[in-house]
Design a protein around this ligand. Structure first.
Ligand SMILES: N[C@@H](CCC(=O)N[C@@H](CS)C(=O)NCC(=O)O)C(=O)O
Length: 220
């Protein structure tokens, strides 16, 4: 059975977890927190900077959420692949995976790290820069999602695994404006998907730890 290191509230762990649930892959979960120092030590050794998720399959170690999802496609599960088998088609899935990671999740993470700093060391420009980046991303994604059900290839896949945590946390901290109806509807579709609803439910006990939780958005 594959083993996966993560934390139920961690966005990039969600990406892999959604694929595990979608493809009905049995797995052993290894919690990363202060009560499991042996897991934290293992991840510090297995991943370049101690980031996660990390998947272990026998003596094979797979890092990077998107790569883990592609690995599961090839070796485990009984559902359609999260990344289309034809590499020409898969380009769109990989493109949109990158868009959600880099242009939605990354600005939110930047804001999280900024507020976690002690007040005297905070960069006062971060908030405005993050808001400006998300304004552009939301507008672009609203256009992209107009006429689409899922983010890539008209099938649920890798890009949607990335979109779910990114849009969940982004909308919570920096609400998506009402004028972006296509993006808001896509987000609602994601949150209603059983694998994603399950991940959100399992993360609920840790909500108080989200450093941007009181900014006016709603987490579902
Ligand atoms: N590119 C990595 C990003 C992983 C990542 O940022 N993971 C977060 C958890 S969701 C993390 O390890 N945060 C702790 C840290 O940055 O020290 C991936 O896709 O897996």
């Amino acid at each position: 059975m594959v083993r996966i290191y993560g934390h139920p509230f961690a966005a990039f762990y969600w990406k892999a977890l959604i694929a595990l649930y979608e493809r009905n892959v049995p797995f052993e979960f290894l919690m990363l927190d202060g009560e499991h120092p042996e897991n934290v030590e293992a991840v510090a050794r297995l991943s370049p900077t101690g980031q996660f998720p990390v998947l272990v399959d026998g003596d094979r170690v797979v890092i990077e959420s998107a790569t883990i999802i592609e690995y599961l496609d090839l070796h485990y599960g009984d559902a359609p692949p999260m990344v289309p088998a034809d590499p020409r088609v898969a380009i769109e899935a990989r493109q949109m995976d990158g868009v959600f990671d880099d242009y939605v999740m990354a600005p939110v993470s930047r804001m999280v790290f900024a507020v976690l700093r002690e007040e005297a060391k905070r960069d006062p420009h971060v908030e405005g820069e993050v808001q400006a980046a998300l304004d552009k991303s939301y507008a672009w994604l609203d256009r992209w999602m107009t006429g689409r059900t899922w983010a890539a290839n008209e099938m649920f896949g890798l890009a949607d695994c990335a979109a779910a945590p990114a849009l969940h946390y982004a909308h919570w901290a920096f609400p998506i404006p009402e004028r972006h109806g296509a993006l808001r509807a896509y987000r609602a579709r994601l949150m209603a998907r059983p694998s994603i609803a399950r991940v959100i439910e399992e993360a609920r006990p840790w909500r108080a730890y989200f450093p941007l939780k009181d900014r006016g958005g709603s987490p579902d």
